[in-house]
Design a protein around this ligand. Structure first.
Ligand code: GAL
Length: 663
């Protein structure tokens, strides 16, 4: 059975069956409850290494055989995990060198999870052995739907092997030590390296000032984690190349460059944990909804294909600072939001609540009382029914004319550099601001990085694209030249991919395209602001203000205060067939909404619906060749009306329409 062959969407979640092997009646009961909840898939074995190899070289697969068989007999598919995110204690005792060494050069003791060095030869060998056994045994099992490699891969290590590997990685990248010195500007504070062996990874009591090196260590660590996933993926594929492989992602600001990780996966998957209902601000629900939608759109855009919502809560998440219950209606709404953004599943962490340890109070479908007569179980049943009824959504696509560039390497570089508001640069928040403005205009949007194909979009937005990798300026130029609309903001095109400053007016290589030359940038304190007028409305300029010189652009608005009053804050430049816009300051969110509203009208970008923004209502669309499926979602507790549709508090409605194909 392949993922693509399953009829309809998936509904299920993490099933830690090995916690109840001494309670066969519970395992039996689980099957009955799963059927009642409309579960058609479970994820097995994520943290089961100790149950599969209780002692070194002693394997106990019989229990998993039984669970896999019983799932199959009951029409429930299995996403089978490799157990590499949680190792058994015997391993760390016998091979202490597998444990992670942190930045302070302290080797960790056994404990928690994902605390190993994924590059350790011994660890890799142990993983190889268990993965080979799993794959040999289950790769052709009729219940197997997909492989789930490890869990939320992450972890940076600084052991002596990692130091050596890092030096090799650098040698491979820079070729000569002279070249590295040049790119790191290492004469600064007398850091010139004579030999690769002098290089040490970043440390709180060591190096933290050579930004190129800080950034390279992040890239190196990401590469090592991806290489580790690839090692596992190759093993399981060897036994059956037809079974798709995924690994669950969870945070855009994490240690892995997901755009590169996605390159090796068949399917992307996401773990979504917004903290709903927190904050007295009535808009806090909407804010969480925007962030969740951004992550889903990001995950879908990685492969421009439907993804799997691998984990979500049924109610509380006990990892958070506060364990809030999901309010009535929110479980359906948040589950449907993932589907609306491109997920072909609704899945949970976890099926049954553990009786002890760290997550014993994390919500689950079945809680400690074991009853099906709970509010949460009823919510899950309802979502299960909905998911089953939406079988036609599977494999439908999202067509976006607009893309926002969120670039992992750019983010890493921005967070290391010293400038602007050093402790609060908010690259992610700035992303959400632009994203929200597009969302509120009811337009579909993809989230891409600077290596993506630009040609399919009518509008590309690049907030704070501080780093231009080799060729990025050419790509942008060609894109605009051929008729694209490009929006660039303050603090863009400042450094190359090694965080070395370009010797030019920024944005590098694009002064003719944008018709502006940025000279300096001012950072404002929290309570300060400048102001500008656009289309007759006055807006605040906050946090960052680029001081531009015009070299051909039309000035749409100017700063009105301070010594740079009269200098441009918003410009537009017609370059060849296209249009290049420059927003020089971080603004109030209202400005972004109004600006993009006009731009969307002017460029003829298709809106999902033709409506002004209705407070807290999100609209998303999926489509196939004939039909489009429009999800109307109300993230407010109060009733809303949009396009004549009445939505009760937290209600979601789906409307099917004939699709009119654009040219
Ligand atoms: C995820 C993780 C799960 C579980 C969950 C709790 O990040 O993959 O194993 O810990 O968080 O919210």
């Amino acid at each position: 059975m392949e993922f693509s062959e399953v009829n309809g969407l998936l509904h299920g979640g993490d099933y830690n069956a090995d916690q109840w092997l001494d309670r066969p009646e519970i395992l039996k009961e689980d099957i009955q409850l799963m059927k009642k909840a409309g579960v058609n898939v479970v994820t097995l074995g994520i943290f089961s290494w100790a149950s599969l190899e209780p002692e070194e070289g002693v394997f106990t697969f019989e229990w998993l055989d039984q669970i896999m068989d019983s799932m199959y007999e009951n029409g429930i598919y299995v996403i089978l995990a490799t157990p590499s995110a949680g190792k058994p204690p015997w391993m760390a005792k016998k091979y202490p060198e597998i444990m992670q060494t942190d930045r302070a050069r302290v080797r960790h003791l056994y404990g928690r999870r994902k605390t190993q060095c994924n590059s350790s030869k011994v660890y890799q060998e142990k993983v190889r052995i268990i993965d080979e056994k799993l794959a040999a045994r289950y790769a052709h099992h009729p219940a197997l739907l997909m492989w789930h490699i490890s869990n939320e891969v992450s972890g940076e290590c600084h052991c002596s092997d990692c130091q050596e590997n890092f030096r090799k990685w650098l040698k491979n990248k820079y070729g000569t030590i002279d070249n590295l010195n040049k790119q790191y500007c290492s004469k600064f504070w007398s850091h010139t390296y004579n030999d690769w062996s002098e290089i040490e990874s970043p440390a709180p009591h060591g190096e933290s000032a050579v930004h190129g090196l800080m950034l390279d260590y992040k890239r190196f660590s990401s590469d090592m984690l991806i290489r580790f996933v690839k090692m596992e993926l190759d093993i399981v594929k060897k036994y059956n190349p037809d079974i798709p492989v995924t690994t669950n992602m969870y945070d855009v600001n994490c240690e892995v460059n997901y755009n590169r990780l996605a390159d090796i996966l068949d399917v992307t998957s996401w773990d979504s944990y917004p903290l709903w209902h927190c904050g007295t601000d009535k808009k806090s629900e909407w804010k969480k909804a925007v962030e969740a939608a951004f992550h889903f759109d990001f995950c879908r855009s990685l492969k421009h294909a439907p993804f799997v919502l691998m984990e979500s809560t049924t109610s509380t998440n006990n990892h958070f600072e506060i364990s809030k219950l999901k309010r009535p209606g929110m479980h359906m709404l948040s589950s449907m939001q993932a589907v609306a953004c491109g997920s072909d599943s609704v899945m949970y962490f976890q099926w049954r609540q553990s009786l002890g340890a760290y997550e014993k109070f994390h919500s689950a479908v079945v809680s400690h009382n074991g009853s099906e007569d709970t509010r949460v179980f009823h919510d899950v049943v309802e979502v299960g029914e909905k998911v089953r009824s939406l079988f036609f959504i599977k494999n439908t696509k999202t067509w976006s004319d607009v893309a926002i560039i969120y670039d992992w390497e750019n983010m890493r570089a921005l967070y290391e550099q010293k400038n602007l508001r050093n402790h609060n640069q908010e690259y992610d928040v700035i992303m959400y601001e632009h994203y929200e403005a597009i969302l509120k205009n009811y337009v579909s949007v993809d989230i891409i990085d600077q290596s993506a194909d630009f040609s399919k979009y009518k509008l590309i937005i690049a907030p704070m694209l501080y780093m231009f990798k080799t060729g990025t300026q050419e790509k942008i130029k060609n894109y605009v030249e051929q008729g694209g609309n490009f929006v660039m903001t303050y603090y863009s095109g400042i450094v190359n991919e090694n965080d070395l400053c370009f010797e030019c007016w920024s944005p590098y290589g694009l002064n003719d395209v944008f018709g502006v030359k940025s000279e300096e940038i001012d950072s404002l304190c929290d309570d300060e602001y400048n102001q500008f007028t656009y289309n007759g409305k006055v807006y605040k300029a906050k946090f960052y203000c680029d001081l531009l010189n015009v070299c051909g652009a039309e000035v749409l608005s100017k700063y009105e205060c301070d010594f740079y009053a009269g200098r441009p804050v918003l410009t537009k430049n017609n370059y060849k067939q296209g249009m290049a816009y420059y927003i020089a300051c971080r603004s109030e969110k209202d400005f972004l909404y109004d600006f993009y509203h006009t731009l969307i009208d002017e460029t003829g970008i298709r809106r999902i619906i033709d409506s002004p923004y209705v407070d807290s209502v999100m609209v998303k669309e999926r489509a196939d060749e004939e039909s489009r499926y429009v999800f109307y979602m109300n993230f407010s507790v109060e009733q809303r009306t949009i396009c004549g549709i009445q939505l009760a508090g937290y209600e979601v409605q789906l409307k099917k329409e004939k699709r009119i194909l654009e040219k």
